[in-house]
Design a protein around this ligand. Sequence first.
Ligand code: MN
Ligand code: MN
Length: 467
Amino acid sequence: MNEKTEGQKLSEKLFYKSENAFEKLEKAESEKAFEYCKGYKKFLDEAKIEREAVKCAEAMARENGFVPYSFGDELKIGGKYYINNRGKSMFLFRIGSENIKNGIRIAAAHIDSPRLDLKPRPVYEDSGLGFFKTHYYGGVKKYQWTATPLALHGSVVLSDNSVIDITIGEDENDPVLYINDLPPHLAQNQSQKTLALAIEGETLNLLVGSMPYPDKEASEKIKLNILSILNKKYGITEADLISAELCAVPAAKARDAGLDRSMIAAYGHDDRVCAYPALTALFDGTLDSTHTVMAVLADKEETGSDGNTGMKSALLRDLIDEIARALGESPALVRANSKCLSADVNVAFDPNFPEVFEKRNTAFINHGVVISKYTGARGKSGTSDASAEFLGHIRSIFDKNGVIWQIAELGKVDQGGGGTVAAYIANLNIDVIDLGVPVLSMHAPTEIIAKLDVYMAHKAILSLFNA
Ligand code: MN
Ligand code: MN
């Protein structure tokens, strides 16, 4: 090989380069990433909605020695605790040996994903077909949810306060639900409409039956038959569906994607692709932090983080305050010295739609975990914009720990934009930066991520906990 020229050496020194992680990773490391993703795929299949994610996380937490915590409980150094907040969000933390006034190291991800929720009065029949009415949750492209098998997940609360969990459509012997679309033969007018209007919200009705209840005298026999099936199986009535949270999600399981199996196709990578690494980092055997560390699994991010299970709720602040008080330090000081990764996905560059991206500041699949200094729309509206100092700190931690990372914005300026929970945490006077996994077809019923990137999210969060 020829000696490198002066200019080549200088470019190596001066240029910042982001490249495919396979180009620089040892084979053993990429094999580790592929192995790591087996657990991730299992999590994807078991935790399609936030309630299921909390159940999974709680089981994992207990296996790893975490115990339930309530406000006012005593906290011990080395103690491992969690709060299961109303079955829909979760806070897991381990008390470190160093003074709590040095702050908490936090990773916050969300466990809700775009989907179709049942309306309070969902069941009806029309022209010999039985349906459930839905109201979409989060940012969905409605046309993507038609003509594909869907499963129903969620819980029904009866008038005696007992809770019945429901999952229909995941077992291969289960029936699936379905939303009709027009055949191309009759879509002359539909095809002229914009994508946003081709399928409207009120046409997202789940097909649930076509068989009348066997009674000549009864009315609404298809609806009756559906309710009778639900009543036999779960003991519920139409009124019970009012106090219920039932969600239609894609019925498919997570699958390796690509002939090289380098990617995973699944529903709801956003944001379980960060929630899972937050958990695995907290449970990692090599976690030897003296800091107090915390993983937050939030609900309601896809609808704006409002509500008592969303990140705008006072719970994170209350919890930090309680931890500080229990350990005899100022809550304000603990918050001021805390550091947080707002772990959420970013959009991956898609060469099929290059026009919406600014290639120099966009995330690429396989280039590692993505840092975003800011999010927001237009003139960075709605972002907390991490400080250069904090980004510098994070970058040096990642480099020290062999985390492969890239820096990106979400698409072209003025093309759109998006937000994360970062701002709500930053508003508590905590240093926060966005970090996540690049996703292709984000918010589609099936999204794509790369295995190396998920593994790098795990390493990134672990390195913040340890730093
Ligand atoms: Mn997200
Ligand atoms: Mn999202």
